[in-house]
Design a protein around this ligand. Sequence first.
Ligand code: CA
Ligand code: CA
Ligand code: CA
Length: 251
Amino acid sequence: MILKKRSFQKLGAAAVLGGFCFTAHCAHRAGSEYNITAVYTQSAICIDGILDESAWQRAAPVFLKNNRSDQEVNREVSTRVMTCYDDSTLYIGFICNDPDIWTRFTQRDEHLWTEEAVEVFIDVDDVPDTYVEIEVSPANVLFDSYIVDPQNINIPATAAFNLPGIRTAVKIAGTLNVRADRDSSWSVEIAVPFRDLAMARTKNVTAGMGIKVNFFRLDKNQGMASAGYAWSPTHGRFHNPAAFGRLLFKK
Ligand SMILES: [Ca+2]
Ligand SMILES: [Ca+2]
Ligand SMILES: [Ca+2]
């Protein structure tokens, strides 16, 4: 573990002091027009990659756009993202339309962004340069890291960070890594305990709180150009905290 204990403590303290910031000064950022609401659920979410729980039905989806052009993407490669939460856990769901679903990675913290993946950035302490990055591949391989300097990311050091309680699952409608046929979609469920984000000091979030997040996807299909999709587009590198939108918690 290269991330020092001091950094964890700093993260925890800042999470408490910053209070999952939902204050007026947060709204001045470039991504401030992007809001997504996490609906509260008392019934369990089964992390199986199938978004059939009632909470997902109640959660209003957001759609990812082309990260460079800001344009909506074609339906065959469109991406929906939904969020919900309970007293202990934040849940993030992706549904990715995809005619060609593939990935070669098999091990945690491999460089998923060079192939196909969905990504979630979560700024838990309202310090713009520090945030958690989560990626999941179509084979349900996880990359999790804690970014401390978005302009100069030391990948081995940041990837040494692990969210101890994270659970992920992927369900594929199609054939993974069979590239001659035509696939339909892959869906992802991610469960992140709040205690992993706030380092055991902030155990619960409450309605009215907000945290800054962004969602991305990398897609490379046979016969099509490589594409990066974003909720709040950065028009370049994904690592642009100024573009983060806001995740609001509603009971
Ligand atoms: Ca499920
Ligand atoms: Ca694809
Ligand atoms: Ca990691």
